[in-house]
Design a protein around this ligand. Structure first.
Ligand code: SAH
Length: 356
């Protein structure tokens, strides 16, 4: 029988599993503590369990671990970019950023992505598979161990579309915030989506304290249809309706990401249209000078132009900031390290799926 992933089990799920083996409830608490507080890598290290039980667990389950395959440290600001290798040899990226208020880790949720956004490096080679809850958790545990410092916040903005891996991401958030584990408050977690409307409604029902970010990147359907295929399934009207519902249900303000691409979505007319659509939503717009990815051909405008776009939004009553760039010298933009390394080492695994 194939061994199962014990680290992806939430505490109630682990209690259920071990009860099925005829074990008392406190055993689940012990095992959970070894996995998520002491973070051991073998059952043999769980020294307060009877040896027979350790053997029994080892036969049924494996303890996930991931390896740091490559690590780049920015000389400019200390940002660390990790290329992690998973158990099956696939690779994903995470980026550790340092701010005044603490450190934040940007993690991946899938190997590749099937959303197909035209400006994004992560989607160029297609989708390979979803990450398990334990793999996402190990992105955090491994960064903490390697850096020797606590991760204070997590953003789901690396490779992949988190809402396209909904159940595993929900388990991951439960594990991450559990008081018997890392105990990271979901107030310090952001989740970014390109706009899977059905899943935004489902997420609202969970009433989590996290910050939802929407990758909008366009002021109208015409531009969004061209750069983000998801818009042909869920247009902006449906997306913004889901955002209003999310705000009404959770009381949490939504942040909108807008990557400025020269000559595509950065004109004064675009700023006016964007302001019109977002006014009155309590929205915050995060302007990102687009990261230039060789294969896409998209270029960023000048600093002055980006600041002009921001000023215009503010004058029209929409709160807007320009994202500070970290790790500019280590191509910290997501998806780029995995592609570079894959090109150097071997052809990427053949993408599966690809349809929305
Ligand atoms: N799939 C999710 C999260 C991963 S992408 C989402 O779409 O939100 C993280 C953010 O980086 C998204 O806002 C995405 O649109 C943005 N992004 C992707 N490629 C980019 C690029 N070349 N320049 C700037 N931002 C980019």
């Amino acid at each position: 029988m194939e061994k199962r992933d014990i680290k992806s089990l939430t505490l109630p799920a682990l209690e259920g599993e071990l009860a099925g083996l005829g074990l008392p409830r406190f055993r689940a608490g012990q095992v959970y503590g070894w996995l998520h507080q002491k973070r051991v890598s073998t059952f043999a290290e769980m020294t307060n369990l009877p040896a027979a039980l350790r053997g029994q667990l080892d036969e049924k389950y494996y303890i996930n671990a991931i390896q740091v395959k490559k690590k780049l440290v920015s000389k400019l600001d200390g940002t660390v970019k990790y290329l992690y290798e998973l158990r099956d040899g696939n690779c994903v990226e995470a980026v550790l950023m340092h701010y005044h208020h603490g450190s934040s880790l940007c993690i991946s949720s899938q190997v590749g992505c099937r959303m197909g956004c035209k400006f994004c490096a992560s989607t160029l080679a297609g989708y390979v598979r979803d990450l398990t809850a334990s793999e996402m958790l190990d992105e955090v545990y491994t960064a903490q161990r390697d850096s020797g410092s606590r991760v204070d916040g997590v953003v789901l903005m690396g490779i992949g579309e988190p809402l396209d891996n909904f159940d595993n991401v929900m388990d991951f958030l439960e594990l991450l915030s559990s008081p018997q584990g890392l105990n990271l408050s979901l107030r310090h977690v952001s989740l970014s989506t390109c706009g899977l409307v059905d899943k935004i409604y489902a997420l609202a029902q969970r009433r989590l304290q996290l910050t939802l970010s929407i990758s909008l990147h366009a002021p109208n359907d015409e531009i969004r249809d061209r750069s983000m295929p998801i818009n042909r399934k869920y247009n902006m009207e449906r997306l913004l309706a889901a955002c209003r519902d999310y705000f009404a249900v959770t009381g949490r303000r939504i942040s909108f990401e807008y990557a400025l691409i020269a000559g595509v979505n950065d004109s004064p007319a675009c700023a006016r249209q964007l302001a019109e659509r977002l006014r009155g939503m309590g929205a915050h717009v995060n302007l990102i000078p687009v990261n230039e990815v060789r294969e896409t051909g998209f270029k960023r405008g000048s600093r002055a132009q980006i600041q002009g776009f921001q000023r215009q939004l503010q004058q029209l009553g929409v709160n807007a900031t320009i994202r500070r760039e970290l790790g500019a010298d280590i191509s910290a933009a997501c998806g780029q390290l995995r592609r570079q390394t894959a090109a150097e080492l071997a052809p990427l695994s053949r993408p599966a799926g690809g349809d929305l």
